[in-house]
Structures are given as C-alpha cells and as structure tokens.
Design a protein around this ligand. Structure first.
Ligand SMILES: CC(C)(COP(=O)(O)OP(=O)(O)OC[C@H]1O[C@@H](n2cnc3c(N)ncnc32)[C@H](O)[C@@H]1OP(=O)(O)O)[C@@H](O)C(=O)NCCC(=O)NCCS
Length: 190
C-alpha cells in the first residue's frame, strides 16, 4: 500500500484548482446550507486570493481572502466532510497568517455564525468590540477579528527585487542577500 501524502496548503494557482474550490463551496454552502448560488459566487472571487488545502489531488479545504486598507477579510472557510475535526483549519490559518504578514497585513475581519463563536474564539479570533451582529441572507453574522500570530515581516519595495516577481507566496526568506548592483541603486535612491 502506498503512503498517503502529507496535506499541502497553498494558494490557488490554476483554473483546475479554482474549479475544485468552487465545487467544494457549492457542495457545502449552496447545496447543504442553502446559500443562493449568486450570493455564494458574488463576483468577488475574481478579486480575491484563494487558499486551498489538498491531500494528493483532492481539495479538502479552502479560504477566500479579500483586501482592504489595513486588514483583510476571511471568507468562505470550509473543510470537506470526512476531513473535519483534524488540523485542516489550523494549517490554512497558519499558511494565511505567514502569507499575509509578508504582504504587510496583521489582522483579518471575518463573520461567523453565532453557534461557531466559541469555536473561533478557541482559534485566536475575538469578537470585535461594539461591532453589531449583521443580518444577511436570513443569517445572523457575528463580526470577529483574527490577529496573525506569524512573525514574518513584510516584503519591502527596496528589498530583494526577486520577491516582487516571484510567484505569489513563493517568496525567498527575508534574509536572502540583495545583489550588489541593486544595493547601489537603492543607495542612490536615498
Ligand atoms: C467550520 C469548519 C470549517 C470547522 O472545521 P473543523 O475545524 O475541521 O472542525 P469541525 O467541523 O470538526 O467542528 C469543530 C467544532 O465546531 C462545531 N461545529 C461545526 N459546525 C457547526 C455548526 N454549524 N453548528 C454548531 N457547531 C458546529 C463542531 O461540532 C465541533 O465541535 P467539537 O469540537 O466540540 O466537536 C467546518 O465545520 C466546515 O467546513 N463547516 C461548513 C462550512 C462553514 O459553515 N463555514 C463557515 C465557517 S464560519
């Protein structure tokens, strides 16, 4: 018997992966939770970063990230049935936390259903003080905040330029040296 591969967490980098993410969300939210299709697929998928957790070729979890001024929004977190009660959510949150710290963000806003408040509180989310519960699409949504635990530091404009052209999220470690010629250019800039 072949050994099962470790769960991989990454950003969606292909239409095939995005299609699998959409299929998972359609099953969980549209079919099981009766969210209208046009609310689930609201057009914002084309402005977002999608994170996916995969086991071999099967997408088993996802999270959508959208960007605001000094925070992001976490949306559509979902783990496939059969993979719940393990560490898939933790793996996705850790990946998102490292990725977003390098992008310069340190916190996320999200809404959760009232029955999941204590679940998210046990995963370092907290209720946003004075923010009202929102009623949308027949649901109550509680505003929560997640401060990223990652110690990663943001990629800088005058840092290693390879970071700026690398595939999203596949950045070099912060300490990677900057080529001499670019150090000189940066000094001239100042
Ligand atoms: C929310 C979710 C991502 C959590 O995944 P997970 O960490 O693998 O955890 P589980 O599904 O095993 O649930 C963890 C706990 O939350 C509880 N829980 C999950 N969904 C719940 C719900 N709709 N109502 C009440 N409790 C719920 C579980 O009973 C469990 O409690 P326990 O640890 O005491 O057994 C997963 O349940 C999911 O994908 N749900 C469907 C999509 C969804 O509703 N997403 C919205 C998130 S705000």
């Amino acid at each position: 018997m072949t050994k099962k591969q470790e769960i991989q967490v990454d950003i969606v980098r292909s239409l095939e992966d995005l299609q699998q993410v959409f299929d998972l969300r359609r099953t969980e939210f549209v079919q099981k939770q009766k969210v209208p299709e046009n609310a689930e697929f609201d057009g914002n998928d084309f402005t977002a970063t999608h994170i996916l957790a995969k086991q071999e070729n099967e997408v088993i979890g996802t999270l959508r990230i959208r960007y605001f001024h000094d925070f992001v929004r976490f949306e559509r977190m979902c783990v496939k049935e059969g993979w719940r009660g393990q560490d898939v959510v933790e793996r996705i949150l850790n990946f998102a936390s490292d990725f977003l710290k390098r992008k310069g963000f340190d916190k996320a806003h999200c809404f959760c259903k009232p029955e999941l408040v204590s679940y998210w509180e046990s995963r370092h989310h907290h209720r946003i003080k004075d923010a009202p519960i929102v009623h949308a699409g027949g649901m109550e949504l509680v505003p929560m905040c997640f401060i990223f635990p990652s110690t990663e530091t943001p990629i800088q404009m005058n840092g290693n330029p390879k970071q700026l052209v690398a595939p999203e999220g596949k950045w070099l470690p912060e300490k990677t040296s900057v080529p001499h010629v670019l150090r000189t250019l940066n000094n001239l800039d100042r």
